[in-house]
Write a protein that binds this ligand. Structure first.
Ligand code: GAL
Length: 662
């Protein structure tokens, strides 16, 4: 359960990463004054402070942080205090080179940047625990402390000898015997059989394709190894301040961590989101991407979540970094609130003058408090009191999209039918089709209890466990509406292909005899379907056994074969979509299946580009276009942001937002 309520205390959190160690102390007073004037009530402090706190091994320099926390506290600004362990000081790598990670080639990844630690290194872990303990001892009861922020965007992988030993321990725990490992990894192929545990190594650079199950297990292992680093520090800060929420900020839709397993270890879930301001209002990389990450994070949290980082304007890591035009920062911030965020934070408070991110925007830019960006920040801060009633409330969703990390990992390895197949792109395409119709979705683990959903959508889960298949089959049998995308249910948990090209349980649900062949389309190619639409990316030679054909392939080698099928299974209905329809066609299909499942869009008839989401008692209407949009409202209501009353319809400015209460 999210403990975020303990941090918000009934008001949305608003603030950002604050790095006072980059500035002389005189500037801190200015920071605090400007934060207060901007409505900031939380500052994330200490994320990259290790070398300042421990400038030489074992030294402790806390006086500056005492002052900063004291100033924030006097100003009534809460602190989200970080353990500074994401970026070890150079002395750790210089004195203990074994703490530095090595890549697949055995090359050392040096200090001089950040994140240079081997997650398996006992020496790194010992030093990280010591500095985390020191921070926790000193500030665990500090009155300004609202939340703990452990590490930062855990993401490191390492292929060194220490990691190899750790990987072997992890594999022994998973398989128990070497025979079981050989069986699971299919080592009869290419003479890969292991005769001793010590022969096993991480998937280092090799002559040709590496064993896929070894790769898959290494991803599982890496996620778990990093999670051990997180939980060790989590336990330290929790012991020092029981009840204070603990989070670590996830990267958005990040492949490196198993996000379901990680979220279960957090008392508050947070994420960093950086949609591309250059993307048009209906392009997947813009607002739609934000919505997907927001829905995923809310689902990981099981309730309210924290937007730990976003950009006030442009970032500095894209090839071309476009600023956010006027209104977009507010629009995307309120979109996050609409989709469940109880904290709106930014990277970072004051724009750096030095270092690798000096061109990354901030709440307080180089040009200061009179800048357009800072004025927009102040205006947003001033609005948030009006949104206090939203804090702690839920976003209802009748549709779940099934998503899982091992399926992502397994489906993107080399040696697959098409390297054009990108798991996150397919996931985003299906989510986008639902989002632009204002059909609110959760994301769910394939083994989760699905009973509260009316429709379940599986964009593409190549790997499904036995438990997931049983779960899904029982849920459809009991009356659920399932829409299942291509290349799903192909492999078991060891990445072993199931007979028939798809698991027999799933074929029974879908009414299929077999998937005879996967037929990816040529790059950029499309295939016409008999309903007048076209498929992209993929096609399959599917043999029905009970399913009826909703649309068939209309051209090419598969002409006349089913493309989209429908099947009654028990009390439920199961659709199979063996290609990737275009956005409109997929949206039409999903809107139809949703209607069959009794699910209506929020605000039916809203014009294109207008997002509508319900959260608690409120209806958010977000206009992603640059032009005003008029929408009919379901009942007379008041806009919390303006106080205006609307009887039958409301006009929302371009990039504007209305938050309506009946
Ligand atoms: C995040 C990171 C921040 C900062 C930001 C820039 O990934 O946590 O420290 O680098 O990106 O966009």
């Amino acid at each position: 359960m999210s403990a975020l309520n303990d941090a918000t205390r009934g008001r949305l959190l608003f603030g950002g990463d604050y790095n006072p160690e980059q500035w002389p102390a005189e500037v801190w007073h200015d920071d605090i004054r400007l934060m207060r004037e901007a409505g900031v009530n939380i500052a994330t402090v200490g994320v990259f402070s290790w070398a300042t706190l421990e400038p030489t091994p074992g030294a402790r320099e806390f006086s500056w942080l005492d002052s900063v926390l004291g100033l924030l506290d006097e100003a009534g600004i809460g602190v989200c205090l970080a353990t500074p362990t994401a970026s070890p000081p150079p002395w750790l790598g210089a004195r203990h080179p074994e703490t530095l990670p090595r890549d697949e080639n055995g090359t050392v990844v040096w200090y001089g940047s950040r994140n240079q630690f081997c997650p398996s290194s006992p020496v790194y872990r010992e030093h990280a625990a010591a500095i985390a303990q020191a921070v926790a001892d000193r500030y665990g009861s500090h009155p300004a402390l609202r939340m703990w922020h452990v590490g930062n965007e855990y993401c490191t992988s390492c292929w060194c000898d220490e990691s190899a030993r750790h990987f072997r321990r992890w594999l022994r725990a998973r398989y128990d015997t070497l025979d079981a490992l050989n069986e699971a990894w299919g080592t009869a192929f290419w003479s890969q059989r292991y005769s001793e545990w010590d022969e096993i190594i991480p998937p280092r650079r090799a002559q040709y394709l590496i064993n896929p199950t070894q790769l898959l297990d290494f991803r599982r292992f890496t996620s778990d190894a990093l999670m051990e680093c997180f939980t060790a520090e989590r336990d330290i800060v929790t012991a020092a301040s029981p009840g204070v929420p603990v989070t670590t900020n996830f990267m958005p839709l990040f492949a490196g961590l198993d996000g379901w397993r990680w979220a279960a270890e957090e008392s508050a879930v947070s994420v960093d989101i950086y949609p591309d301001p250059a993307a048009g209002p209906d392009e997947p990389a813009g607002a739609a991407y934000g919505a997907l990450v927001q829905d995923l994070t809310r689902s990981q949290a099981g309730g309210p979540w924290a937007l730990m980082e976003q950009a006030a304007s442009g970032v500095s890591w894209r090839p071309v970094n476009r600023p956010k035009p006027p209104g977009l920062m507010r629009l995307w911030s309120l979109q996050a609130v609409a989709r469940g965020a109880d904290a709106l934070c930014f990277f970072q408070w004051r724009q750096s003058r030095q270092g690798s991110e000096k061109f990354h925007s901030a709440m307080l830019p180089h040009s200061g408090e009179h800048s357009r960006v800072h004025r927009e920040i102040r205006a947003l801060g001033a609005e948030l009191d009006a949104l206090a009633p939203v804090t702690g409330t839920r976003v209802p969703a009748d549709i779940a999209i099934l998503h899982d990390w091992p399926a992502w990992w397994a489906s993107e390895q080399p040696g697959r039918p098409s390297t054009d197949l990108s798991y996150p792109d397919v996931l985003a395409a299906w989510h986008h089709a639902l989002w632009r119709r204002n059909l609110t979705t959760d994301l769910a683990h394939p083994e989760a209890d699905l009973s509260r959903y009316r429709m379940v959508v599986v964009p593409q889960l190549y790997l499904l466990t036995d438990a997931a298949l049983d779960n899904l089959a029982a849920w459809v049998h009991d009356g659920g509406v399932l829409v299942c995308g291509f290349f799903t249910g192909v492999a078991d948990a060891d990445d072993r292909v199931r007979p028939g090209g798809m698991d027999a349980r799933l074929r029974r649900v879908l009414g299929l005899a077999a998937v005879h062949e996967w037929c990816p389309l040529p790059t950029g190619g499309t295939v016409a379907l008999t309903d007048g639409t076209a498929g992209t990316l993929w096609s399959e030679d599917v043999e029905p056994a009970g399913a009826t054909t909703h649309a068939a392939y209309a051209e090419g080698d598969l002409a006349g074969r089913p493309a989209i099928t429908r099947h009654r299974h028990g009390e439920g209905t199961a659709w199979y979509v063996s290609t990737l329809p275009g956005a409109d066609a997929l949206g039409d299909l999903l809107a139809g299946t949703a209607a069959d499942a009794g699910v209506e869009p929020v605000l039916p008839g809203a014009p294109a580009g207008v997002e509508a989401v319900r959260r608690g008692p409120l209806l958010f209407v977000l206009n992603h276009t640059a032009e005003p949009a008029t929408v009919a409202v379901p009942e007379p209501c008041t806009d919390l942001l303006t106080g205006a009353r609307h009887e039958a319809e409301i006009t929302v400015e371009g990039r504007g937002v209305a938050v309506l209460r009946p």
